[in-house]
Each structure stands twice: as structure tokens, then as C-alpha cells.
Design a protein around this ligand. Structure first.
Ligand SMILES: C[C@H]1O[C@@H](n2cnc3c(N)ncnc32)[C@H](O)[C@@H]1O
Ligand SMILES: [Zn+2]
Length: 432
């Protein structure tokens, strides 16, 4: 007996070896996709009639600071350095475990509602992040954001905390939680620290999540300090590999692009955040052209200001087209691939396709909407016309987290109320 059968579905498989299936079925058992096709002999405890709507892999958000829902709209319209150093970091110094817990609950709620089934996070108070992820039912690759600023003692403390978190949570929540090391960036972490982090990550057999070349200021700083850009600097210490997830990657030369592709580095393109902070335009079309694995991420809610991966897909496509004046780059299918297949690869999870033996991480998108009518090309609609609020049902690891717009596991109204109260307390704490 299977657990769930979804019938009458337009299956956007995202499997390069399999075309979309109209009027198809998806059979789910033990957290995995057991069968897909035109029909099935299987029986299940639960049947879902998709009513001809789209069934597709859940979206994978590969760069987030989930707890930063706390700071949604808190400090807008300023450049990155000012934003981080004078607003975000002083505020983060005053947040509690409980603040991060509620912030992450709200983020999980928002992601489940808008069709994200897995995300990569780098933040603080990570035990509370992991607890919120565990309880929500979503999947995540979590890391404690480590910064040493060249201070040897701080480096020891940060690495110890990063390692403790990695060991304590890897594989938890029925395997939905995996862990990574999260050195913040090459201009906030020392060379020696980055070398130690890489060694430890290899030893622990986990991945690394880092910000790279988000700003021109980082590029200039690295050139002044080390005579090379961050990409060459990290190459020289043997940091690069397919175990690395590098966020932003904006200020790249053609040579840098080659290095990232050759080392199989996973890149998270964070287009909305990069536009909002005016950090720059990442050379995504060039990266994809040389075979680099480029995925999409929202970054935190203080620089986006939401976690809607549908918006991220559309914005990524549009910005790249206009920035190089070529409407043929980043066509809809490729952008969908970035948000699903490439994202799953970046996190090292067997998700991102509707395919036998893959994790049952999938969503149903409600096509019975004015802005999705008519529907000539489903992939086009998912990228250019739909948004997160069109997601009707979300399934992660074979469990229904939202059905017919109703979220389970999380108490939506109580989380919203708690966040309203928390934000008021937090602002008075920050200002005191
Ligand atoms: C993990 C750390 O990263 C910070 N953080 C959040 N957004 C960005 C960004 N766009 N660039 C660099 N750091 C960021 C968080 O505020 C936290 O301090
Ligand atoms: Zn970030």
C-alpha cells in the first residue's frame, strides 16, 4: 500500500530524460516517489485529485538566512556595508534564541506556502533554526555563520561552535536536516581560518556554504590584501570543489568563471538581494554557458524582502536578459532547472525532479487563476506568470505540509501574532 497517489496531474518532471506527462499519476511511498506515469495499479491511503493542475518538484532556495524574517523591512535602501555593519549586525547582537526560533518558524511557513521544499541556511542561534525546521517538516542544509575577523581566539570559538552544530544535527529530522560549515566570506574570515574550515569540512564529510564576491569592495579589499581576487585566493588554498556552495559570485572575471566551473563549485544566484543592495549583476549566462552549476536563492528577508522563489526565477531571467541585451538567455526551462535540479545538486540532496526513487518533495500549483489563463506553455507560466501564492499543496519527504492552501504542522495565526509581538520587543531592545 502506497502512502499518497496524486491523480489527474500535469507533471512537470524536470527530468532531462523524461518529458512532461499530461493527465499523469505520482505514487508516493516511504518519503520517496515510487512511480510516475499515465496510470497506476497501486492503491494508497490518501488520494489527491490534482484536477489537471501542475505537479512539479518543490523549489530549492540555496541561499537564505531564514531567521532574518525578524528584520523584514527593518533597514531598506542602503548599501551593503552600511546595512550590515551599522544596522543588521548591531541588531543581531541583541537577538535571543526565542527570536530566531520564531523568525525561522515564520520563514518555514512562508517557504512552505510559496512552494519551497528545501533551503540552505547560514545563520546564528542554529539549534533553534534546526528545531524550527524539524517541527515544520521542511528540508534544509544548515550552517552556523562563522566570522573571525582575523582574531585567533575568535577563530577557535567559531570553529568549535560550527563543528558542534555540524555533528549534532547532520542527518536529523528523518534525514531532512543536513549540515554544512558556514564561513561568512573571504573578507570577514582570515586565510588561516578558511584553511582550517576546509580541512574540518573534508574530515567531517560535509559541505561548505560561503558568500563570495558580493561587492566590488570585497574585490578591492582582497586585491589590496593578497594581490588576487577572492576566486584565485580560494583556489590557492585548495578551497574550491563540488562540496562548496558559493553565494552571490557577482564580481567575476572570465578567468574566475572558468575556475568555478572547472572545480564544480555550486553557485547560488541571489538576484533580488543583489538588485536591492545594488551589489551588481552576476554573470549567470556566462557561468551556465561553461557548465557551472548555478542555482537560485532569496538571501535573507532583510534584503529581498520575501522568500518567494517564483519571484526569484522571474527576476533572474529578466535581469540577465536586459543586462546583456539578449532575450534568448535564461529561457524558462533553464530557469526552472536552476530552481529545482541545480538547487538539489548544490545541497547534495536527491530532490529536484519528479522521478522514481527521488525524495517526494513536490508541489501542486493551482492553474485555475486569471493570471495563469490560457496556458500554452507550462514552464513559461511557472517562471513568468505564476507566483508563490499560486501554490496549493506542498509535500516534503512524502508528508503533506500544506493541502489546499491549508498549512499543517505550523500554527500560522499564532506564528504571525508572535512575530508581531517579538518585532516590537526587539526594536525596543535594539534602541535601549
Ligand atoms: C550569517 C551572517 O550573514 C549576514 N548576512 C545577511 N545577508 C548578507 C549579505 N547579503 N551579505 C553578507 N552577509 C549577509 C547575516 O546578517 C549574518 O550575520
Ligand atoms: Zn547571504
Amino acid at each position: 500500500m502506497a502512502d499518497i497517489i496524486i491523480k489527474n496531474a500535469y507533471i512537470l518532471t524536470m527530468d532531462p530524460d523524461r518529458e512532461d506527462i499530461e493527465n499523469g499519476v505520482v505514487v508516493i511511498e516511504d518519503g520517496k516517489i515510487k512511480e510516475i506515469g499515465k496510470s497506476t495499479e497501486s492503491k494508497a491511503d490518501k488520494e489527491i485529485d490534482a484536477g489537471g493542475n501542475v505537479v512539479m518538484p518543490g523549489l530549492v532556495n540555496t541561499h537564505c538566512h531564514a531567521g532574518m524574517t525578524l528584520f523584514r523591512g527593518y533597514a531598506d535602501d542602503m548599501p551593503l556595508q552600511d546595512w550590515l555593519e551599522n544596522h543588521i549586525w548591531p541588531a543581531e547582537a541583541k537577538v535571543s534564541d526565542e527570536d530566531i526560533y520564531i523568525g525561522t518558524q515564520l520563514a518555514c511557513l512562508e517557504m512552505i506556502r510559496s512552494g519551497t521544499t528545501a533551503f540552505a541556511d547560514m545563520y546564528i542561534h542554529m539549534d533553534k533554526v534546526a528545531q524550527a525546521v524539524d517541527e515544520s517538516g521542511i528540508r534544509a542544509a544548515l550552517s552556523y555563520g562563522m566570522i573571525d575577523f582575523g582574531d585567533k581566539e575568535k577563530a577557535d570559538v567559531e570553529l568549535e561552535e560550527g563543528s558542534r552544530f555540524v555533528r549534532e544535527w547532520n542527518g536529523k529530522a528523518d534525514g531532512r536536516i543536513t549540515t554544512m560549515y558556514g564561513p561568512h566570506a573571504p573578507n570577514t574570515c582570515s586565510r588561516d581560518f578558511l584553511i582550517r574550515v576546509k580541512e574540518q569540512a573534508v574530515k567531517d564529510n560535509v559541505r561548505i556554504h560561503i558568500h563570495v564576491l558580493e561587492t566590488e569592495a570585497e574585490l578591492n579589499y582582497m586585491k589590496e590584501q593578497f594581490g588576487v581576487c577572492s576566486i584565485h585566493f580560494l583556489k590557492d588554498i585548495d578551497f574550491w570543489g563540488d562540496d562548496v556552495l558559493a553565494a552571490h559570485c557577482i564580481w567575476l572575471s572570465d578567468g574566475d568563471i572558468k575556475i568555478l566551473a572547472e572545480h564544480g563549485v555550486n553557485i547560488s544566484h541571489n538576484v533580488t538581494s543583489n538588485m536591492k543592495l545594488a551589489s551588481g549583476i552576476a554573470p549567470v549566462a556566462k557561468l551556465l554557458a561553461v557548465g557551472a552549476n548555478v542555482s537560485l536563492g532569496t538571501d535573507g528577508c532583510a534584503s529581498n524582502n520575501n522568500l518567494d522563489m517564483f519571484e526569484e526565477m522571474k527576476t533572474a531571467a529578466l535581469l540577465q536578459k536586459v543586462s546583456i541585451m539578449d532575450p534568448t538567455v535564461l529561457p524558462a526551462r533553464q530557469v526552472l532547472e536552476m530552481a529545482t535540479v541545480n538547487g538539489a545538486k548544490a545541497l547534495g540532496i536527491k530532490s529536484g525532479m519528479i522521478k522514481e526513487e527521488y525524495n517526494a518533495d513536490l508541489i501542486i500549483v493551482d492553474m485555475n487563476k486569471p493570471h495563469l489563463t490560457p496556458a500554452y506553455d507550462i514552464a513559461s507560466h511557472m517562471v513568468y506568470a505564476a507566483n508563490g501564492r499560486d501554490v496549493k499543496t506542498t509535500i516534503v519527504n512524502g508528508k503533506i505540509l500544506m493541502e489546499n492552501y491549508e498549512v499543517r504542522c505550523l500554527d500560522e495565526q499564532s506564528i504571525i501574532e508572535k512575530m508581531k509581538k517579538t518585532s516590537k520587543d526587539l526594536v525596543s531592545r535594539i534602541n535601549s
